[in-house]
Design a protein around this ligand. Sequence first.
Ligand code: PLP
Length: 374
Amino acid sequence: MKHFIYADNAATSKLDLEAFKAMESWFLDRYGNASQPYTFSREPKKALTESRSIIAECIGADPEEIYFTSGGTESDNWVIKSSAFSDAEHRAMITSSFEHHAVLNSCAFIERLGFPVAFVQPNEEGQILPEKLNGLITESTRLVSIMFANNEIGSIQPIKDLCDISHQHGALFHTDAVQAVGHIHVNVHDLGVDFLSASAHKFNGPKGIGFLYIRRGVDLPPLLDGGAQEKHHRAGTENIASIVGMAVALKQNCRSLIGIQEHVMSLENSLLTKLKETGLSFSRNGGKNTLPGLLSLSFPSKDGEAILHRMDLAGISISTGAACDSVNTKISHVLQAIRLDEGLARGTIRISLGKNNTEEDVDQIVTALVRIVS
Ligand code: PLP
């Protein structure tokens, strides 16, 4: 029997049940403002401390290096905009051309204000090669921002090497790890990054909450001015329920990271094998080192958006790499950046499998794809 299949986990993911349960009492009973001095606020204050420690442990950070934000978009905006203004001598910034728009549009903002921004191009496999960064970076570069893993094609970047090059030139290094945290091993101290953005709803936490890791000793002026929350670095009454939910969700995923990866990889392999067996012509984007479960597939001479809508009618949610208006097909900046042939780019879809998907889901996805594409 047909059932609804969610295969767009890179867009957002289902809330972990334990995280949901852990949040409830913070909405209904323990709703005190963590900044108040009375007894009723002690528990929320303690929840903040505990959540910060849990999150820090999951990414190899110290608790005081974690700052709660409203999600990946805010974390990215904070690093890019505040870094630009914090050093008059070092005004330049480098990012890649296939970042999420939270990074690209923050860069466009500082560019409009006169800060130079250079863009490093990925290769056709979706990799930012360290030598390319080396060729662009100068002594006036303040910040380099390269995503940990690309959200459309899943390619994982050589973050440690890119970070080392940045440091050799006296620049700070940020990584937008929104697609990586809670899915693959991330250890900020091993990588040496100065800043790392993460978002709870991508790792089975609630929406509208995330965090920014700021390495101890690195100064980043606040983006949001106001109260004294987050050590005067991020104003606004703390969203305790969501922070607790985020910490529980991350802990759940990190505790079972290998098991989840194996499950998702086995689904991914099964989907690719079954799809190949049908004889359908398709290629996969993103090279060899990709996020588990994220499949960017291109069907030559097909229309990705039409596939998406017909999959939707079949009860299956997936994503695409190209969107049409009535006149043009707009190919995503990511597929353009990896210079994917236009005919393939138009026929590109993204299937992102998560821990809640099953082998039965894979069978239905393959059956529907074959029917729709052929
Ligand atoms: N960065 C990347 C790589 C993403 O995939 C996303 C969301 O799709 C974001 C940033 C934005 O995160 P949020 O939805 O938490 O604002």
